[in-house]
Write a protein that binds this ligand. Structure first.
Ligand code: HEC
Ligand code: HEC
Length: 193
């Protein structure tokens, strides 16, 4: 943490450097997040094609403890602010892929939830914030193609208030979701190109 604070004055001046980000990523991130941000294990999030500003915010939140993850806390301690921005720039430029699913019925439920929510339970449509294609915005994460296991895990964490670095939006959303809706929307999003 001290290193992060001490170097932040320098960091403000330099541009993000995706090449330096790649070098650092190969050494420190690839074992879990894959060579180009395509994590092999479904409980590690894909980072390829993720929104650049969202990535910066998550790394800052891991560092400040606003988002807790023992694995990531250890990693962010190795980065200064310039490297946070360089890593985000690198991963945001990698090609996104997806996690195909053939369970048509589950996908149909997931599509309904994503596009229309559940009006009978007061669940808002995900697309109202995350966008019709789920490709993310500057602030909001790309969800298309993300591992369904990771998505379902995060939804549970928001619900149980183990993750609250988004403010209150996702806690409210997940308080209205059934297990079927969680797993269906996770499958639907994972399958989206
Ligand atoms: C030992 C495995 C491991 C390593 C190595 C690792 N991570 Fe992670 N990373 C995780 C896990 C697990 C999560 C999900 C944490 C959670 O459950 O909230 C995560 C989450 C993230 C997220 C949040 C993604 C999202 O969609 O919200 C970012 C960004 C990230 N890691 C970047 C990195 C970077 C950059 C490095 C290298 C400096 C790195 N990670 C190294 C395991 C790892
Ligand atoms: C009112 C706006 C809003 C709605 C509606 C909404 N979200 Fe979110 N979502 C957010 C915000 C804000 C974040 C977190 C940004 C951050 O951490 O900085 C987020 C984050 C997430 C994440 C974490 C992604 C990651 O990479 O870790 C998932 C998964 C997610 N939302 C799924 C959903 C699903 C599924 C729905 C519909 C059932 C939904 N969201 C509806 C605002 C919304």
């Amino acid at each position: 943490m001290l290193a992060v604070v001490a170097q932040s004055a320098v960091a403000q001046t330099g541009p993000a450097d995706p090449v330096a980000g790649e070098r650092f990523a190969v050494q420190h991130c690839a074992s879990c997040h894959g060579d180009t941000g395509q994590s092999a294990a479904p409980n590690f999030p894909r980072l390829a094609g993720q929104s650049e500003m969202y990535l910066v915010k998550q790394l800052q939140d891991f560092a400040s403890g606003k988002r807790s993850s023992p694995m990531m806390k250890e990693k962010v301690a190795l980065m200064d602010d310039a490297m946070v921005r360089s890593l985000a720039a690198y991963y945001a430029r990698q090609k996104a892929t997806h996690t195909p699913s053939t369970d048509r019925q589950l996908l149909a439920v997931g599509q309904f939830v994503y596009e229309r929510g559940n009006p009978w339970a007061g669940l808002p449509a995900c697309q109202s914030c995350h966008g019709a294609d789920a490709h993310g915005t500057q602030q909001l994460p790309r969800l298309a193609g993300q591992h369904p296991t990771y998505i379902a895990n995060q939804l549970r964490k928001f619900h149980q208030a183990e993750r609250g670095n988004d403010g209150v939006a996702m806690k409210f959303v997940t308080s209205r979701m059934s297990d079927l809706e969680v797993n269906a929307v996770a499958a639907y999003l994972g399958n989206l190109p």
